[in-house]
Design a protein around this ligand. Structure first.
Ligand code: DHB
Length: 393
């Protein structure tokens, strides 16, 4: 006959079996909700980001600090009300520990109040308007900011014989950031912005704007359009004969995006631009990343893929630091100040702003083995978002 099971002996046996330490029975799951435009005009961003996040898990496994990682991918079609609804469902129904993605600025902004309320990290891997990280103490960014990428372009232009510039940007947050950052830095370095043009984000017709650029006759036109729109721009730029009129094209690397660059053809050759990632970045980490990415996807990674890859890397590193504690406040605290070597180069999460500090590279579009690449030729090391850095002064 077995001994009568007293409460004390039951407790002792249960503790010995580890019944109160859940992992011994069912491994705890940390859920990451990745929300991106998988359809619509920014679908290339979603495609790249999903592939980047999945590649991180393929290369680094689906467990970290004893926790199982589950990635849930959702399509918001690029509409902020859809992003918001999906984020709410992921928090309430799926009980995600982290929200990630956000292919356009309005999509990232729509989720900020949800992150604040749910007290879980919102990792912005794509959108790049400077103010985003100020909208919630739970937002952290692995992409970049437009001012961060633009100031080095303005400085390079002023130092390389470009005196008069027309700016041409998509008419929303990141475009306006780029326009302002370019003008300030270019003027401070002796250049003059003679005209500022803003093109609608949706279904842009660049032709009338390019005609105005031509009529103004500047040394160069500085351009920002978001990822996915560069080839439509480049086609119209070539058709308008601006190059033949002696007007150089300078840009942020969003325009000469690695996802579309090969489609752009020779019109893109020689375009000088500044950005934080090129598929041809020369480092062992990037070679490994690009090779594995191409093998898994049959296309080349762009900066949206790297943003998402590093977004996952940030979650894994934070969980390592908290020893598997997936509480939202613990995670965001752990993320502040983390640093690592990304495929783009060295990076750090600014502990004060939760933006990413990273190298910005000056690049020129060149043909390498029959393919177009942004070939880096100068590096500005560990650049902080200049908008927030100026506020601190
Ligand atoms: C944003 C989107 C992009 O595709 C890009 O290249 C830069 C910024 C944005 O909406 O924030």
């Amino acid at each position: 006959m077995p001994r009568t099971l007293t409460r004390r002996t039951f407790m002792a046996a249960a503790v010995a079996m580890g019944a109160f330490a859940t992992p011994a029975f069912a491994q705890e799951v940390v859920k990451i909700g990745l929300i991106q435009p998988m359809t619509g005009p920014s679908a290339s961003t979603g495609k790249q980001a999903e592939a980047g996040a999945k590649l991180w898990m393929q290369l680094h496994g689906d467990t970290v600090a004893g926790k199982k990682i589950q990635l849930i991918v959702k399509d918001d079609t690029g509409a902020p009300d859809v992003t918001k609804r999906i984020a709410q469902e992921l928090v309430v129904n799926d009980k995600v520990n982290v929200l990630m993605g956000f292919g356009l600025t309005p999509l990232a902004l729509a989720v900020a109040p949800i992150a604040t309320q749910a007290k879980i990290p919102e990792i912005v891997t794509s959108a790049a308007t400077a103010i985003i990280t100020e909208q919630s103490p739970f937002i952290v960014r692995t992409s970049f900011t437009l001012p961060q990428a633009t100031v080095p372009m303005a400085q390079w232009a002023a130092k390389n014989g470009i005196k008069k510039v027309v700016t041409l940007v998509s008419d929303y947050g990141p475009g306006i950031d780029a326009e302002k950052a370019f003008k300030e830095a270019f003027s401070a370095n002796g250049g003059e912005v003679v005209s500022e043009l803003r093109v609608p984000l949706r279904n842009p017709d660049f032709a009338p704007f390019l005609q105005r650029v031509k009529d103004a006759g500047p040394d160069a036109v500085f351009v920002f359009v978001p990822s996915g729109f560069g080839s439509a721009f480049m086609k119209q730029f070539a058709e308008r004969g601006l190059t033949q009129a002696g007007i150089k094209l300078i840009a942020t690397g969003d325009v000469t995006d690695d996802d579309l660059l090969n489609e752009m053809g020779d019109a893109a050759l020689g375009v000088v631009n500044t950005h934080h990632y090129s598929a041809s970045h020369n480092s062992p980490e990037n070679k490994e990343f690009v090779e594995a990415f191409k093998k898994a996807n049959n296309f080349r990674p762009n900066f949206m893929a790297v943003g998402a890859y590093d977004g996952m890397q940030l979650v894994y590193k934070a969980l390592d630091k908290t020893k598997g504690n997936a509480d939202g406040q613990a995670l965001i605290d752990a993320m502040k100040g983390l640093s690592w070597t990304s495929p783009r180069g060295p990076v750090q999460i600014d502990p004060e702003t939760r933006d990413i500090i990273q190298n910005i590279y000056v690049r020129k579009v060149e043909k390498v083995n029959g393919e177009l690449y942004n070939q880096e030729f100068a590096t500005i090391e560990m650049v902080k978002d200049p908008v927030k850095a100026a506020k601190k002064k």
